[in-house]
Design a protein around this ligand. Structure first.
Ligand code: GLN
Length: 487
């Protein structure tokens, strides 16, 4: 019999419905897998074994009663540790929130619980989602299951590595500038950053509120659609969530791209890109063309300003969002002689160096005298970047680019912040524009996965999924599991 942890959510669902296996058996198989490989990969900050088994048991009882079950019922997954879980620690991989236990669930958590999904635990990340390698976690280093010397990407590194290591069937990540897609690409999984507002941010610990989105990381495109069905939609608790009906994303799982127009923005094929990455992406484009898509090169002239724009807007919003960690409301509190020294000590002890750097950058950009020159200017450039996308989508249905200019790099190899920021050149313009984008595997270099990024129009997730599904069905990448343990 095949190892249960190797299967996808939709394969496990079929087995559950046919009563070939129980949800408790599946959950136990996942914890056995965690016991076997977690010490090498280190994805989980917190494991919720008792809760998971109780949730699995509830689904088994439903099945025994003959009730219909939802596609994610009894399917174990993991949640990034910046989404609030009632009664379960939510640390953001920061000393500041090391002991924080939220009194409520994030909307996505509530929706997945309503779908009877099973929660295995909370995953490691860069502190407050700032980083691209998960090396900024205050607690531990997650490694890439494809090669334990390399990083899993970040900031949702624990979530992507867990799916790649088969220690979770699905996971949730958050993406402010690439934090779902870049780790998905490094770990050879599928990761989708939905349109801004498609998924509620209620209960997501805020980093940069105008950019943050929650989305799924899964083994294949079908599972991505299933998690999207469970988490998407308007939420009264998040005024930026988009009203209106959500489509059934599984209807987009169509193996056909005939007549679709695909744009290749030349500015994304940057100097310094690994040639194997470019080759794999161009090969994917050629395949889709053969299947009937029409491909054309286009230009998005403001792309080169995206990095600097992002690194003004994101830290500015972060400096404001993180002002709440003052030792008074909640989180870490240091002793001080007076209130100012208490604030200072609390924030110096509680935040790691990257978070402190962002707060300083952001506070500077927002300060009187610099506000117009930096923050306001960045907002104007953001509009120009958004207009590049609007114009591109007048001509094409989706855009194809690499997700990251390189495959996973060795842990410790990138130590200066600017080189780390360059990791996001291909992903962060998408957040500035608010459009959706998915990363999926499209090849390998030296045994490490390469990610293909498919970018869609606002609320264009269905077209993205159609292209992704077609590419997946005509290739074998999604069947390749990370060579870890007995896999
Ligand atoms: N790596 C980027 C940053 O450090 C993006 C992070 C994210 O998407 N959360 O800001």
């Amino acid at each position: 019999m095949v190892d249960l942890f190797k299967l996808t959510a939709h394969e496990l669902h079929e087995r559950l419905v046919n009563k070939d296996v129980s949800a408790v058996e599946i959950t136990k198989a996942l914890f056995n897998r965690i016991d076997a490989v977690e010490q090498d990969v280190r994805c989980y900050i917190t494991q919720t074994r008792e809760l998971a088994l109780a949730q699995a048991q509830a689904t088994d009882e439903k099945i025994q009663r003959g009730d219909e079950i939802s596609p994610l019922a009894g399917i174990p997954g993991a949640i990034k540790d910046n989404m609030c879980t009632k009664g379960i620690k939510t640390t953001c991989a920061s000393k500041m929130l090391e002991h924080f236990v939220p009194p409520y669930d994030a909307t996505v958590v509530e929706r997945l619980a309503d779908a009877n999904a099973v929660f295995l635990g909370k995953t490691n990340m860069d502190e407050f989602a700032m980083g691209s390698s998960t090396e900024n976690s205050a607690f531990m280093q997650t490694r890439n299951p494809w090669n334990l010397e390399t990083v899993p990407g970040g900031s949702s590194g624990g979530s992507a590595a867990a799916v790649a290591a088969s220690t979770a069937i699905w996971s949730l990540g958050s993406d402010t500038g690439g934090s779902i897609r870049q780790p998905a690409s490094f770990c050879g999984t599928v990761g989708l950053k939905p349109t801004y507002g498609r998924v509620s941010r209620f209960g997501l610990v805020a980093f940069a509120s105008s950019l943050d989105q929650i989305g799924p990381i899964t083994k294949d495109v079908t599972d991505c659609a299933l998690v999207m069905n469970a988490i998407s939609g308007h939420d009264l608790k998040d005024s930026t969530s988009i009203p209106g009906n959500v489509p059934d994303f599984t209807k987009s799982l169509v193996n056909d791209v005939k007549g679709l127009k695909i744009g290749l923005p030349r500015e994304y094929f940057v100097a310094g890109m690994n040639p194997e990455v470019e080759k794999a992406v161009r090969n994917a484009v050629a395949q889709l063309e053969k299947m009937g898509a029409q491909c054309l090169e286009i230009s998005m002239p403001h792309t080169e300003y995206a990095l600097t724009t992002y690194y003004i807007i994101a830290p500015a919003e972060a400096s404001s969002n993180l002002a709440r960690y003052d030792g008074v409301g909640f989180g870490h509190r240091a002793q001080g002689e007076d209130i100012v020294s208490m604030y200072k000590k609390t924030r110096s002890e509680g935040f790691g160096p990257e978070v402190q750097r962002r707060i300083v950058l952001g506070t500077y950009a927002l300060s009187s005298g610099y506000y117009d020159a930096y923050y306001l200017k960045a907002l104007k450039v953001r509009t120009l970047i958004k207009q590049d996308f609007d114009k591109a989508f007048e001509k094409v249905d989706v855009l194809l680019t690499p997700t990251s200019p390189t495959p996973a790099f060795k842990a410790g190899d990138i130590s200066d912040p600017l080189s780390m920021y360059l990791q996001d050149v291909c992903t962060l313009p998408i957040n500035l524009a608010g459009v959706p984008a998915l990363s999926m595997p499209c090849g390998y270099v030296d045994g490490l996965p390469i990610g293909l990024q498919i970018i869609g129009k606002p609320l264009g997730e269905e077209t993205i999924l159609r292209v992704a599904y077609t590419f997946e069905q005509n290739n074998d990448y999604y069947k390749c599991l990370a060579p870890l343990g007995e896999v």
